[in-house]
Design a binder for this molecule. Structure first.
Ligand SMILES: [Zn+2]
Length: 167
């Protein structure tokens, strides 16, 4: 009986994995399944009150800000970039680089701070990046970043707040 149950469970997991990404892909990114429960949850009407119009459009509706419009693009102080929706620290200033794209760019997030999902909107196959605590949309991650990760987290500045290091 126990053996049979184990077999069935394993089979179910195997099937589930096959529909998302192949187990051999070896991707270093943390995949958070769509619809996963987040720690910070608000009703849509609440988010509208908590966020300004631009923040709401990006974080809750996956909009993209106009390039070269974010004040954070040229932020060069030491500190952390946090989620504008829930204040979770997402990116450290020492992983920020100038990608020339017009959006704040980072080559790595802080451990466990973001999740990713496949995004096939606008006829492109991209990997969308969201805050792991509130699920807010942040931007996308691409494979053409600098060393050491080779990743480029292309993030909307309005989805972030900057917290300068105090020391
Ligand atoms: Zn958040």
């Amino acid at each position: 009986m126990i053996t049979r149950r184990l077999f069935l469970t394993t089979g179910a997991i195997g099937l589930g994995a096959a529909t998302t990404s192949p187990w051999w892909a070896g991707t270093p990114r943390a995949e958070t399944p769509a619809g996963a429960a987040f720690q910070v949850v608000h009703a849509d009407a609440e988010w509208r009150k908590l966020l300004n119009a631009d923040q709401y459009a990006v974080l809750r509706k996956s909009a993209t800000e106009q390039p070269f419009t974010s004040q954070l693009l040229h932020e060069k102080r030491r500190g952390n970039f946090a989620c504008a929706g829930c204040d979770l620290d997402l990116f450290a200033s020492d992983t920020k680089f100038d990608s020339g794209t017009g959006w704040p760019s980072f080559w790595a997030p802080l451990d466990g701070s973001v999740g990713t999902e496949r995004d096939s909107s606008f006829g492109m196959l991209r990997t969308a990046v969201h805050c792991s605590r509130c699920g807010g949309h942040l931007g996308h991650v691409f494979d053409d970043g600098p060393k050491p990760t080779g990743l480029r987290y292309c993030i909307n500045g309005v989805a972030l707040t900057f917290k300068p290091a105090t020391a």
